[in-house]
Design a protein around this ligand. Sequence first.
Ligand code: HEM
Length: 399
Amino acid sequence: MEVSQPTESRTPVSEIDFWSDEVVSNPYPYYDQLRDLGPAVWLARHECWAIVRHKELREALLASEAFTSTAGIGMNAEANKNSEGVMIFSDDPDHARLRRVFNRPLLPGALNALKDRLTGLAEQRVDQLVAKGAFDAIPELAQFLPLTVVTDLVGLTDEGKANMLRWAGGLFDALGPEGHPRTLSGIEIAIEAFTYLHNLPREALDPQGWAAGLFRAADAGDLSHDEARKMMMDYTGPALDTTINGLGNALSLFARHPEQWDRLRSDPELKNRAIEEALRLESPVRAFGRRLTRDYDMDGGAHMHRGDWALMVYASGNRDERRYEDPEKFDIARDARDHVAFGYGMHLCAGMHLAKLEIRTMLDVLVRRVKRFHLVEEEMVMHNLIRGRDRLILNVDPA
Ligand code: HEM
């Protein structure tokens, strides 16, 4: 990425390759090193900042006039150019106007209406899996509600529904650094998704779906038809693999910490805390980018220049020992509600309540049906932005 002033003026500096396979597969020791260096660290190889400490990260996420999303939240020019006009790539006041429309199907009333359907489906699926005794929890369990229910709710055509998960993975990989093989293949997939949405006739959408709702809002004058079309991407990109990995990561944690599963089973009221804690410890989204609209200084070093790019490293802030005691410990009674796994400030995740509802529904059923998870094997997702598992083979003892 182009920077506006000589890079030597930026300290502290690290040579970490943020997107190498080594860092992607086990990022936490690297985040520890970065946090030791300062609240934000200049990544010399990538010519961008990594904001890594919890307090300064939250402050930066609130300072959206200094950290713009309109220039892009990806770390390469092509993905940022392709995504112009998408809500997550915008700033207030446009962003606030779009977000009011986007939120409508995700308000508590709309989500309450989903609860029974989600519970019925989850019960059926968990019963089948418990009867099998061993299964891959990613395709068979974690993907189940997002792929059965959320794809329906968005209301794309069959082609759209069938491709949504692959597109979601590509759209996020596309936000990686210029020229990286994962970024390049992500951009190819993202272009396929953008082309589909660009050419999708409005009449082909499910009239009850979220996407069709955007066009009705445009008819009512709440946004333009062009904005409605671009915002279909905000439903298509972030709605699936974020939640899938959120649940997959939580299941892996419970399999590795059976005493925490026993604790949840004996006190199911802890489930909300348990969900926040799992998202804190194994945050499904590593980082999104921002661009500096002005110089910005952080206490403890890090003098950022106008025009610089910065990564908001949510997954590092969530393990900041300055904020969380024993940050590497999985403790479901911990009050981790101020974690930044869903971001913070004006771009705070718009699908957060839906994601938590899906995860909570599955955990509610699992707590009643499963006495113990045994981890047989897991394989990490190799992805620029997502932290999670591609495979998670579990054996279960029925309750
Ligand atoms: C556990 C699951 C999820 C995680 C960890 C997650 C994470 C995030 C994060 C970190 C951001 C902040 C972006 C920024 O700072 O630029 C965000 C924003 C967003 N998320 Fe999620 N997300 C999840 C589920 C969902 C779901 C289910 C949906 C859709 C229904 C969704 C839609 C969005 C949208 C549209 C934004 C942009 C909001 C805005 O620009 O105002 N997310 N998410």
